[in-house]
Design a protein around this ligand. Structure first.
Ligand SMILES: C[S@@+](CC[C@H](N)C(=O)[O-])C[C@H]1O[C@@H](n2cnc3c(N)ncnc32)[C@H](O)[C@@H]1O
Length: 231
């Protein structure tokens, strides 16, 4: 059965809207749960993140997007808060798990009068051939995607040799006292589909990326990374 968004599948008695190929493997339970949760958050996401944007991530979106070149894939595009920062020379594709977040991103794109291909998709199982992109961008999402390691591996696969993965993330602090505080807050954040204790660098290195730029700030909680897939 099809609708405006694409194919409608019944998963455990619930309708899940997808516009990916109908023969794509069904979502696992954590991914379904993440989709449900972000659908619930979508309407309030921009307002709720405003304070964190100001306190922790100021300038981060501009930093990330200014490094995007050529064919760009943004994974977990959310409500499209990065769209305004991409150089006009880039050709942008964005994927997002939550139909409700995606709807807001598409409206934002239209308002900005920009062109991009924004579609439903799962960052853990990207629906693109190997070596399709020059840059992959991810902001504040490796903390929310259930399997961050698989996402980094998928990113490597779809990047062309020499292509770059550019990230803005909140991560596990290297400072013991701050990390302890993060551990205490972790259960609260987990309920909202977020985790405070991840460190994407470990996965980037395990996947053989070369780290070209690395900036840490805010007591080591905020990380900006440019990682290059070797030739
Ligand atoms: C904290 S929000 C960040 C959104 C956006 N990147 C930003 O910077 O504002 C996390 C996003 O990750 C998305 N997400 C979670 N799991 C995903 C997956 N497996 N594939 C694609 N997107 C996913 C959520 O739906 C949500 O939009």
């Amino acid at each position: 059965m099809a609708n405006d968004e694409g194919i409608v599948l019944a998963v455990k008695g619930r309708e899940v809207f997808r516009d990916v190929a109908p023969d794509t493997a069904p979502m696992d339970e954590p991914t379904e749960q993440a989709q449900r949760l972000w659908d619930e958050h979508a309407a309030n996401y921009d307002r709720q993140t405003r304070v964190f944007e100001r306190l922790l991530f100021g300038g981060g979106r501009r930093w990330v997007c200014s490094r995007a070149r050529g064919d760009v894939l943004e994974i977990a595009v959310g409500t499209g808060l990065n769209l305004t920062y991409y150089p006009g020379t880039t050709r942008l594709t964005g994927i997002e798990l939550s139909p409700k977040m995606l709807e807001i991103a598409r409206a934002r794109l239209q308002e900005l009068g920009r062109e991009a291909d924004l579609r439903l998709g799962d960052a853990q199982a990207l629906d693109f051939p190997d070596a399709s992109f020059d840059t992959v961008v991810c902001t504040l999402s490796l903390c929310s995607i259930p399997n961050d390691r698989r996402t980094v591996a998928e990113t490597r696969r779809v990047l062309r040799p020499g292509g770059r993965f550019v990230l803005l993330e909140h991560v596990r602090s290297p400072l013991g006292a701050v990390r302890l505080f993060q551990r205490l807050l972790e259960p609260l954040f987990r309920r909202d589909g977020d985790t405070l204790l991840r460190e994407p660098l470990e996965h980037l290195q395990a996947e053989g990326f070369d780290i070209e730029e690395l900036e840490r700030s805010k007591l080591g909680v905020v990380e900006r990374v440019v990682a290059r897939r070797p030739m």
